[in-house]
Ligand binder design. Structure first.
Ligand code: HEM
Length: 208
């Protein structure tokens, strides 16, 4: 992939155009142009960050609807509720957990952390915080107050969140229009990817 992107960068340096690659080549950080490998890294991240995240979120939503007929039937009858339901699927089945490197030794909330330790920011756990969400462990597709952290928080918050929400909405809208009735063909056969991007990887469904 890096080889392909480097060739793209050479091609765009020779023939600039109105697109993201040319934008990144011309971008400046602290008064300096980005190193070409920084441009490659950014393009690679943009590509990869939008793949297993969205398929995990779509997969988890379909898994929920396959095993919860009342929610599935309600969304078929009330498609206007989809954007609200999608936020709830993102909260309850948040696929992404990110890591950070500790900068200096510190003691926080009873935990010792050493410089250069890796720590995980569990956004999925934050989304089940009882101090933030009423009935945090229940999936309520009409939950109105829903300030979840599925897209992270702060300076690195997901740059693709609007595209991700659009993909989820289109996928579920079209799915429910065409396949309004389905369930799990074999619940025991469902497998999940664990780790930093969590979601179903095998999800055999039965169309009813
Ligand atoms: C449901 C789908 C998605 C989820 C749940 C998700 C979640 C996240 C999370 C939790 C972060 C990290 C925030 C942090 O480190 O504090 C992140 C960062 C990022 N996401 Fe997404 N994401 C999704 C889809 C996408 C899509 C579709 C794209 C691009 C097309 C994308 C591009 C990125 C990029 C480039 C970053 C890094 C931002 C930075 O470090 O400044 N994501 N995402």
């Amino acid at each position: 992939m890096a080889g392909y992107l480097v060739a793209q960068i050479h091609e765009h340096v020779a023939r600039p155009r109105d697109d993201l690659t040319t934008y990144l080549i011309n971008a400046e950080l602290h008064g300096q142009k980005l190193d070409p490998m920084h441009v490659v890294g950014t393009m690679m991240l943009l590509l990869i960050a939008g793949i297993d995240t969205t398929w995990s979120a779509i997969g988890a939503s379909l898994w929920h609807l396959a095993k919860t007929p009342a929610d599935r039937e309600r969304l078929v009858a009330e498609p206007g509720l989809l954007p609200t339901a999608i936020e709830e699927f993102l909260r309850a089945y948040a696929p992404v957990t990110m890591a950070r490197l500790v900068k200096q030794d510190m003691h926080w909330n009873g935990v010792d952390m050493k410089a250069d330790d890796w720590i995980l920011l569990s956004f999925p756990a934050a989304n089940r915080d009882l101090a933030q969400f009423e009935r945090a462990d229940e999936v309520l597709i009409d939950r109105e107050l829903n300030r979840h952290a599925a897209f992270g928080l702060g300076i690195h918050r997901c740059v693709g969140s609007h595209l991700a929400r659009l993909e989820l909405r289109v996928a579920l809208e079209v799915w429910l229009e065409r396949i309004p009735a389905f369930d799990l063909a074999d619940p025991a056969a469902v497998t999940w990817a664990a780790g930093q991007v969590r979601g179903p990887r095998a999800l055999p469904l039965r169309i009813l």
